[in-house]
Write a protein that binds this ligand. Structure first.
Ligand code: MP5
Length: 214
C-alpha cells in the first residue's frame, strides 16, 4: 500500500473536512458566541461518545496482533479515561447532569465504532480511529487559534491540541498505514469517509440539539 494512503484519504474527504471545521458550532465557539446550552449539550453527548471510545479501544486491543499496537491503544484508553474527568469536573461545577440518553446521531456514531471494531477488518477500525482523532485535532486547533486557552473550555482545548495528542494522531496514522493492504483499501476508504460524515453530523447534532423526534 502506498505511503500516500493518508494523504489520499484526506484529499478525498477534503470537502467534508472543510464543512466540519467550519461548522457554526465551532465558529461560534471560536468567537466566544456559543450559547451555554449548546455547549452543555455537546458536553453531555460527547461524554457518552468518549465512553463508547473506551469500549472501542478495548475491542481493538483484544484484536491487535502485536505488542506495539496493543500498548499504544492501551495508553490511549487510559488517556480517554482521564478525559472523562474533564467532563465530570465541568458537570459538577456547573450543575449539569450527565445522565442523559444518547441522541440518534450519538448512538449511531458510537454503534458504528463498536460494530467496526467487532466485525470490520483491523485496518477499517484504525481508519475510523484515525479519522475521529484527526477530526478532533483539526477542529480544536481552529478553536485554539482564535480563542487560545479560554475558559470554560481550556482543558478540552489543551487536551485535543497538545503536542502529545498530535503525536498520538500521527501514531494512529502510522498504524493504519502499516496495517492496510491492497485488499483493505476500499473498506478503509469507506470507513474514513463515514467517520468524516459522522464528525460533521455530531457538531450539527449538538448545534441544533437534535433529539429523538418520537
Ligand atoms: C472525539 C470525540 C475524539 N471526543 N468526540 C467525537 C464526536 N469525535 C472524536 O476522541 P477522544 O477519545 O476524545 O480523543
Amino acid at each position: 500500500m502506498s505511503t500516500t494512503l493518508l494523504d489520499d484519504l484526506l484529499h478525498e474527504a477534503r470537502p467534508l473536512w472543510q464543512r466540519m471545521t467550519e461548522h457554526p458550532f465551532l465558529r461560534d465557539l471560536a468567537t466566544g458566541q456559543l450559547p451555554r446550552e449548546r455547549f452543555d449539550f455537546w458536553v453531555q453527548q460527547d461524554y457518552l461518545f468518549v465512553q463508547a471510545g473506551i469500549r472501542f479501544l478495548a475491542l481493538l486491543i483484544a484484536r491487535a496482533p502485536d505488542e506495539e499496537l496493543r500498548r499504544g491503544l492501551l495508553d490511549a484508553a487510559v488517556a480517554f479515561r482521564h478525559e472523562l474527568t474533564i467532563f465530570e469536573d465541568y458537570a459538577r461545577t456547573n450543575g449539569l447532569s450527565l445522565a442523559v440518553d444518547p441522541t440518534p446521531v450519538c448512538l449511531g456514531y458510537a454503534s458504528y465504532l463498536l460494530a467496526t471494531a467487532a466485525t470490520g477488518s483491523l485496518a477499517e477500525a484504525l481508519a475510523v480511529l484515525w479519522g475521529a482523532e484527526k477530526a478532533y485535532y483539526d477542529a480544536w486547533v481552529t478553536v485554539r487559534r482564535s480563542l487560545g486557552l479560554a475558559e470554560p473550555y481550556a482543558r478540552w482545548i489543551e487536551n485535543w491540541t497538545s503536542p502529545q495528542f498530535a503525536a498520538w494522531v500521527d501514531w494512529v496514522g502510522r498504524q493504519l498505514l502499516r496495517t492496510t493492504t491492497a485488499l483493505d483499501y476500499d473498506a478503509v476508504r469507506a470507513a474514513f469517509l463515514a467517520t468524516a460524515r459522522y464528525e460533521y453530523l455530531f457538531w450539527d447534532m449538538v448545534y441544533t440539539r437534535a433529539r429523538w423526534p418520537v
